[in-house]
Design a protein around this ligand. Structure first.
Ligand SMILES: [Zn+2]
Length: 440
């Protein structure tokens, strides 16, 4: 498509337009000031700052041009020649971003639930554990009231007979496999049913009476089969030893939940009795944790910490006990260390697993990621580009780039200054169609 251009070329065009405009003013030549003509059948989102989700600089007075269900062009407003009869969605000085993606949810097959996400600006949810009989519900894109968030799924979680999540949540959420061959068949069955990612469980639960977990051969078979078909593999993995023994050697793509040091009873009581900050725990009690996380970062494994599900309730409490504060600090510190080491994070809040986690804009998870040291821009990337990636949708969703599906939100204010801006979503475009606008 001739209209598509690279960002490098875009920036040259900005200066080119400037030169043209200057010449126009001086000699009144016929030089076209805005040489990117917008097709008349396009939708233009304009008059706002564009944050495209790639990590590139924000574009002041930016424009996103949409045609059919795709993004056609993104750039500065001065670059474009917009015919008078083109449909314009006025961002009114707000911020134009990719739709938010919640990369770790459950109980989101129901399109009415996904609609509750969409109306808040979450244009996509990814379900990482549901039963086979609910998969067809993800095909339903809307309810009577209007469109719903896109839903992508992993299906039931691949595990061993008797393994998590069966004993905790019911066998319908497990896809039990006894051999590597069965593991391969499970992957093919799930991808054949429309799964866009594969989830496995590495969750022994109570160490005094542990559940069985997949072995390395079984996980390797899952990874090989899924990667052969282009699907990422995600693991529920909290215990560091399972990260070391299985996640790293098997070449998994994503760790869901955040691993943190597991302490002996004596270590735990010494931490409780001490007034030292949580960094002490990582530096003194469990220095090997940092070494392990460095290896996770080196392999490019993305983390979806689901902090809201683990500590959101405590985080929102006004008066916290010391033990509650320690629980918060340990979780946040684990993510902070991973981030400091250069690790990539994606946003997911485990909606559906913890009843305290609300549907809609995952602002608590965003704030917890910020508390773990991410800048607001990094939180935005975790909630858009990286979230799309861990759901196997990185080539179609998550950024405002030519060719991507046009899922766009407009928020009031500047989220780079304050994430609270995500509380005020003023317009939502999904697949190129206006799903919500304050003006209508
Ligand atoms: Zn979960």
């Amino acid at each position: 498509m001739g209209e598509r251009r690279t960002r490098a070329r875009d920036s040259r065009m900005v200066s080119g337009s400037y030169v043209c405009m200057t010449l126009l003013l001086i000699v009144l030549s016929g030089c076209a000031a805005n040489d990117r003509r917008v097709p008349v059948d396009a939708l233009v989102v304009a008059n706002g700052t564009v944050i495209d989700g790639t990590g590139g600089p924000a574009i002041a007075d930016g424009v996103v041009v949409v045609r059919d269900d795709r993004i056609l062009a993104v750039g500065g407003g001065a670059e474009f020649d917009i015919p008078g009869d083109v449909k314009v969605l006025d961002a009114r000085g707000g911020t134009i971003l990719p739709g938010i993606i919640d990369a770790h949810t459950h109980s989101t097959g129901d399109p009415a639930v996904r609609r509750a996400f969409l109306v808040d600006g979450v244009t996509t949810v990814c379900n990482v554990g549901t039963s086979l009989d609910r998969l067809s519900r993800f095909e339903q894109a809307s309810v009577a009231e209007g469109p719903a968030a896109r839903g992508f799924f992993a299906g039931p979680i691949i595990t061993v007979p008797g393994g998590y999540p069966g004993p905790a949540y019911g066998s319908q959420f497990s896809y039990e496999v006894g051999t590597p061959e069965e593991a391969r068949d499970a992957v093919n069955d799930l991808l054949g049913r429309g799964a866009s990612m594969i989830k496995i469980a590495l969750a022994p639960g109570d160490p005094r009476d542990p559940w069985p977990v997949l072995d390395l051969d079984g996980v390797r078979a899952v990874v090989e089969e899924a990667h052969g078909r282009g699907a990422p593999v995600r693991a529920h993995a909290i215990e560091p030893y399972l990260v070391e023994e299985i996640v790293l050697p098997a070449g998994l793509d994503v760790i869901d939940h955040s691993p943190f040091p597991i302490l002996s009873a004596e270590e735990e009581s010494s931490v409780l009795e001490s007034d030292d900050p949580p960094s002490q725990l990582f530096d003194v009690v469990a220095p090997e944790f940092e070494v392990l996380m460095a290896r996770v970062v080196e392999q490019g494994i993305v983390m979806v910490p689901t902090l809201d599900a683990h500590i959101g309730t405590l985080y929102k409490k006004i008066d916290r006990s010391r033990i509650e504060q320690i629980v918060i600090d340990v979780h946040v510190e684990a993510v902070r260390r991973f981030h400091l080491l250069g690790g990539s994070l994606a946003l997911g809040n485990d909606y559906g697993a913890n009843p305290d986690v609300e549907s809609g804009m995952p602002l608590t998870e965003m704030r917890l990621l910020q508390a773990a040291g991410l800048t607001p821009h990094e939180v935005i990337m975790a909630s858009t580009r990286n979230a799309a990636m861990v759901c196997g949708q990185g080539d179609r969703l998550g950024t405002l780039e030519p060719g991507k599906l046009a899922d766009i939100i407009v928020v009031d204010g500047n989220p780079l200054t304050d994430l609270q801006a995500f509380e005020t979503v003023t317009a939502i475009v999904q697949g190129g169609a206006l799903a919500y606008s304050e003006e209508h």
